[in-house]
Design a protein. Structure first.
Length: 135
């Protein structure tokens, strides 16, 4: 048995193929999906979706928030943006992650602010891309 996984962003279809297993970064933690999973809808946070193909290899996709629906061995993930880990340039994402980390550190002493929230979101996105690119 297998799953059909579709990852859709507003501007493109990021992934559409048959897989054996999916691990989703839901807003409440990681969620494993195997064939025969119950039907459900869940919110997706900024994080890394992992998928296992029939050859046993794992691939990663950086997700930037959205929703996922599981229905009859079909998993549809609708996200604001997504990028295949294999397509992410390792060197540029390391620089982006370092820049986002430094900005977050710079704002650390301040109280809650929109700048701090934006810096945290930038850091989370860069970290997800970095993790997807290294797996």
């Amino acid at each position: 048995m297998s799953l059909t996984l579709r990852v859709l962003a507003p501007d493109k279809s990021v992934f559409d193929a048959t897989v054996e297993e999916v691990i989703l970064p839901s807003t409440t933690g990681l969620l494993g999906i195997l064939p025969g999973h119950i039907s459900m809808v869940t919110a997706i946070g900024i994080g890394v979706l992992k998928l296992r193909k029939s050859n046993g290899n794992w691939n990663s996709i950086a997700l930037m928030g959205g929703f996922a629906e599981v229905e009859s061995d079909d998993v549809t993930v609708l996200v604001n943006s997504a990028e295949l880990g294999q397509d992410i340039d390792q060197k540029s994402i390391e620089q982006e992650l370092e820049k986002a980390k430094n900005e977050l550190i710079r704002l650390e002493g301040e109280g809650p602010s929109t700048d701090k929230m934006k810096a945290q979101e930038s850091f989370d996105k860069a970290r997800a891309k970095f993790q997807a690119s290294t797996q």
